[in-house]
Design a protein around this ligand. Sequence first.
Ligand code: AMP
Ligand code: MN
Ligand code: MN
Ligand code: MN
Length: 276
Amino acid sequence: MPRYDLHCHSTHSDGLLRPSAVVARAAARGVDVLALTDHDEVTGLDEAKAAAIEAGIALVCGAELSVSWDDHTLHVVALGIDPANAGLTDGLGVIRVGRMTRARRIGEALAAAGIKGAYEGAMKYVTSERLVSRTHFARYLVEAGHARETKDVFKRYLTRGNPGYVPHPWASLSEAVSWIHAAGGHAVIAHPGRYKMDGSGMRRLLAEFRDLGGDAIEVLSSSHTSAQYTEFASYARAFELRASCGSDWHGPGESWMDFGELPEMPVGVVPVWKGW
Ligand code: AMP
Ligand code: MN
Ligand code: MN
Ligand code: MN
């Protein structure tokens, strides 16, 4: 059985390694089929494809789209897209411009809380001038001594209820699904266990996603506990969605799980790659 890892990041978004190094690391750790899924961005895929040929593994063209649904921010992973599709790249461009606006506002919110220079500090950590993320703020706030590690920055500053949190309107769920489908890809709800929703919220989300033509949910994710593997496998079956798996790897020392550490897919689900 080939080993799949269908979610990870490079320096084209908030990962720490460039696409060729991400692919080489995944291959060295036993991944046979890798999707590079940078946030709202596809420019890393050419380099990743070339590196995958070199490493003898398969590369799936992907992206992770930022979406607003109800009052939640969701991530929708696109798998098997044509990175040149204009509808998709235009949509991603709009999301990235929104990220710039939000970053300035995060800088202002942190300044109001007494942390000066965070916008400029975050920009030092940006590795593609096309994309700024809260992760870049987190890395700067660690450098500036406001927390010991990036996870603590999220807990104390960058999430709802905390001083550096700025609500932001992303793409709609229906836009994300339609851009992905127009680009020939599969739409996958990323790390569903991370959203702060109760069972009825999750069922409403999955019903709406399925009605929009959504394809799959991540059952296996480094964000999930093993109880959540079972829980989301049942959601996949109940909503007739396929199942995906991804480490969501961002960089050495910054991730919950490395390449090659995902368990086997639970039995009784249809993997998103069936028929590829
Ligand atoms: P953004 O898309 O700019 O809002 O940033 C989201 C990114 O921040 C995610 O993709 C993760 O890389 C990172 N992130 C979110 N929550 C946490 C957390 N609790 N600890 C560490 N990183 C996080
Ligand atoms: Mn990220
Ligand atoms: Mn995500
Ligand atoms: Mn991710």
